[in-house]
Design a protein around this ligand. Structure first.
Ligand code: 4NP
Length: 172
């Protein structure tokens, strides 16, 4: 396991677990978290570890429930081989029972998720995605690309590819 992850109890406890269930969360569930979901799924498939991992995504907001991911995100992702087909849904308190880890893309997501946790102990499941980023990437969150141009979407994909690879390695 990458050294710095040893100090996070929830990550140490998951390392030996037979099944790992993770939920990626952003605000809209149409840009960052559906991209993270598919990038993580491809990472798991590439390592032939599908039996161990369950992956989903959701949004703290409900503005786009039922929608496919944002067209711009789909266009940028498919160029890297990621076909985004997730249907947007809002995060719900029962997700804290279903998932081992709930990964927020930025500080607001993490704050909102902790506020939604049914029990104080559940807050431990909420981890910022930046935990897994190589510090050399120079980001302490995954920036919202919604009001950005093409470079914003490319940056999100760069960060998520880095973070998902390191998340997989940390728990394998
Ligand atoms: P996401 O991006 O949180 O990465 O899915 C956003 C999508 C939609 C909105 C904001 C952010 N919105 O305000 O509708």
């Amino acid at each position: 396991m990458i050294d710095t992850f040893h100090s996070i109890p929830i990550l140490s406890s998951l390392k030996n677990k037979e099944k790992i269930k993770i939920l990626f969360v952003c605000l809209g569930n149409i840009c960052r978290s559906p991209a993270a979901e598919e990038i993580m799924r491809q990472e798991v498939i590439a390592n032939d570890a599908q039996q161990r991992w369950e992956i989903d995504s959701a949004g703290t907001g409900g503005y786009h429930v039922g929608d496919l991911p944002d067209r711009r995100m789909r266009v940028h992702a498919v160029r890297r081989g990621y076909d985004l087909t997730h249907i947007c849904r809002q995060v719900r308190p029962s997700d804290f029972n279903r998932f081992d880890l709930i990964i927020g893309m930025d500080d607001a997501n993490v704050r909102n998720l902790k506020a939604l946790a049914p029990m104080v102990e559940d807050m431990e499941k909420v981890i910022p995605m930046s935990t897994f980023l190589d510090p050399g990437m120079g980001y302490d969150h995954i920036p919202d690309p919604y009001y950005e141009g093409a470079e914003g979407f490319e940056r999100v994909l760069d960060l998520l590819q880095n973070g998902c690879h390191r998340l997989f390695t940390a728990l394998s």
